[in-house]
Design a protein. Structure first.
Length: 219
């Protein structure tokens, strides 16, 4: 049966171990702080059942500090070395893939919001008929941030470098293709959230335009 002093002692030990593990050792499990504290408290409270208390452990009457400490560190050792620690790793740096298609005269961009890291690019996969013309236009962002962190650069629309060797990129922030195939955005050099429009033209029919899909560039 847990007495009031024992419960308070377990709580103090749990607070101490959680603070040291999270803020001094930098262990950050893939769960909330309160959940970590609650689990640590349970282990600290059960500590006297898991480990025998030494004879000199009488700092808190009715509560053994050493067994509580030994038990409280168990979940943090697991979170540091076990599968819980894997989400702390940086995601792999890779290109983004967006599929563009026209279904029932409506343009579909999948995913509608794509994210990628600075220095990578977007590959648009165009699922079009041979005579279809597809054109992408990026909107200018209110503030553009370069890799060095400078803001307010007049780099034109779009976060990607213009490549004169890319036949689908006649000007910065503009991409065109006739028929099915892929469009390469070139390298992303600006951070932020960038909207773009897609205009789809078919022979003998009025053009169709999207409602601004989004490309997010992060470090």
């Amino acid at each position: 049966m847990q007495t009031g002093r024992a419960a308070l002692g377990a709580l103090l030990v749990a607070l101490f171990v959680t603070a040291v593990a999270r803020y001094m050792l930098g262990i950050k499990p893939d769960r909330g702080l309160l959940a970590c504290l609650a689990i640590t408290y349970v282990f600290a409270a059960l500590g006297r059942l898991l480990f025998p208390a030494p004879s000199w452990d009488s700092l808190v009457p009715g509560f053994a500090v050493v067994p509580a400490l030994l038990a409280a560190v168990i979940p943090w050792l697991w979170w540091r070395t076990g599968p819980e620690s894997e989400p702390q790793l940086l995601p792999p740096a890779c290109n983004a893939l967006v599929r563009l298609s026209l279904v029932n005269r409506e343009i579909q961009a999948k995913p509608y919001r794509a994210c990628l890291h600075l220095g990578r690019s977007v590959d648009w996969q165009i699922e079009a008929n041979p005579d279809d013309d597809v054109e992408l236009h990026f909107k200018s962002a209110p503030q553009m941030t370069s890799e060095r962190g400078a803001k307010g650069q007049a780099a034109g629309p779009g976060p990607f470098v213009q490549d004169p060797n890319n036949p689908s990129n006649p000007s910065r922030g503009v991409y065109r293709r006739k028929g099915p195939g892929d469009i390469d955005s070139n390298t992303a050099e600006l951070l932020g959230r960038w909207e773009y429009t897609v205009t789809w033209r078919q022979p003998g029919l009025p053009p169709v335009t999207t409602n601004s899909p989004v490309i997010c560039i992060r470090r």
